[in-house]
Design a protein around this ligand. Structure first.
Ligand code: C2E
Ligand code: SIN
Ligand code: SIN
Ligand code: FE
Ligand code: FE
Length: 393
């Protein structure tokens, strides 16, 4: 295995960091961690920070999963996490006792013999790795509960053992990690809540107009497929998917007599109806959150038309935000295929004809092409979330 860079590096002797280098490492990693929203990436960054600080060969950050009574860690980007039972190994012990574990040589250590034989030494036999020095430092959340542990293996300097100073450094990193992980978890919780609120608001908007319950769901899924198909990144497409259920939120302010009128609207009623775009926009525009800003654009612009004849602002072409152009296709595709108080559902052929006719008129021509390309997936969605009789909010 000597030709693998990592193993090769493992053989070379390194030096302790100078104070300047130590500060450099801390600033670099704390900066990256502060900007990271994904808990797996936080674990990787923290492990790398700890490894550099104490000049270890390997470092892992373990977290407790309370639902499954396991410890888990992430070793690399895109690699599935590793899980072990909560009470196993020296990590399990450090987490259970809340005290650090410190070993100079796993092969001669007597204090933790049993645990080492069941854990690290067995793993070494399988992998050919030689665990010598080990240090495990538990860390806590803001309430003082142990939520995980740092594990550093093999000191890469000439001394080959971790020092009291290393322990202090790893405690520092652990203290910071506990707080960061809690912040990331809290952030995730906030985002989950935000998504739920947005989806529910979208449903409320639809229920006022007696549109069937799955309309918002379908428009969200169609928008996602069209966004990806037009080359948008996964992250942005996901955001559009979450925001698009809000496109008609402004309908909450339209009187029932107009919204639920069985027949054609008068000019005056239609003018009132059109205001659902600006009403929705005004409800959402003051938020600084990306998700709600996206929703504001969608609410505002989903009835603009490529040739400039839409409302509320008569924007044309790329003056219309791509989010507005995408949800326009998704919304009309769904509206035509669904029964409304004022119309019957259309056959697919008739819908496709309309999209061909309106290519470059109502709709962005490129998006109509994406729409045609993605039709099989769109129809799958339509089928999966089809309206069931009586499924009306
Ligand atoms: P919606 O029902 O969700 O329809 C969204 C869009 O789908 C419409 O925007 C329109 O572009 C397209 N669409 C829906 N049905 C038809 C159709 O039968 N033919 C054609 N060519 N396109 C159709 P639009 O027209 O700006 O309407 C916005 C909203 O105003 C509609 O949302 C609906 O809530 C309401 N609305 C529109 N026309 C009528 C009507 O005649 N009667 C009633 N009660 N409401 C209407
Ligand atoms: C929000 O954006 O969701 C409200 C609070 C804020 O502006 O950050
Ligand atoms: C809007 O007016 O709908 C938002 C404008 C934009 O950010 O593109
Ligand atoms: Fe609308
Ligand atoms: Fe709609």
């Amino acid at each position: 295995m000597l030709n693998e860079p990592h193993e090769f590096e493992a053989l070379s002797v390194r030096k302790e960091l100078t104070p300047e280098q130590m500060l450099g490492v801390i600033f670099e990693y704390t900066g990256k961690i502060a900007n990271e929203r994904n808990i797996e990436n936080v674990l990787i960054l923290m492990a790398n920070m700890g490894r550099e600080m104490v000049v270890a060969d390997r470092c892992s950050v373990w977290l407790i999963d309370e639902r499954t009574n396991e410890l888990f860690t992430t070793v690399a980007h895109g690699v599935k996490e590793i899980r072990i039972p909560l009470n196993s190994g020296l990590v399990g012990m450090a987490v259970a006792t809340g005290k650090p574990v410190f070993i100079d040589d796993a092969y001669t250590n007597t204090e933790y013999r049993n645990i080492l034989e069941k854990g690290a030494l067995t793993v070494d036999k399988q992998t050919g790795y030689r665990t010598k020095a080990m240090m495990v430092v538990p860390f806590r959340n803001n309430e003082g509960h142990v939520i995980g542990a740092y594990q550093a293996i093999n000191k890469m300097t000439e001394s080959g053992v971790f020092s009291g100073q290393d322990l202090e450094y790893l405690k520092l990193a652990a203290n910071y990690s506990g707080k960061s992980i809690e912040a990331v978890r809290l952030q995730q919780e906030i985002e989950e809540t935000q998504k739920e609120i947005i989806f529910t608001m979208g449903e409320i908007g639809e229920s006022r107009s007696k549109e069937t319950g799955n309309h918002v769901k379908r428009v969200a899924e169609y928008s996602y497929v069209l966004a990806l198909g037009s080359g948008m990144s996964e992250e942005e497409a996901e955001r559009l998917k979450l925001a698009s259920p809000m496109h008609d939120i402004g309908k909450v302010a339209i009187p029932d007599a107009v919204l639920q009128k069985p027949g054609k609207l008068t000019d005056e009623e239609y003018e009132m109806m059109k205001s659902h775009t600006t009403i929705g926009y005004n409800l959402l525009k003051n938020s600084r959150r990306d998700l709600l800003r996206t929703a504001a654009i969608v609410a505002h612009q989903h009835h603009e038309k490529w040739n400039g004849t839409g409302y509320p602002n008569g924007l044309a072409g790329e003056e219309i935000h791509i989010y507005g152009r995408i949800t326009a296709v998704a919304d009309v595709f769904d509206a035509l295929g669904s029964e409304r108080v004022y119309k019957k559902a259309w056959e697919l052929d008739r819908i496709l004809n309309l999209f061909r006719e309106e290519r470059g008129r109502h709709f962005d021509p490129k998006l109509v092409d994406v729409f045609i390309q993605q039709l099989p997936r769109l129809l799958e969605i339509r089928d999966k979330y089809k309206d069931v009789d009586g499924d009306i909010f």
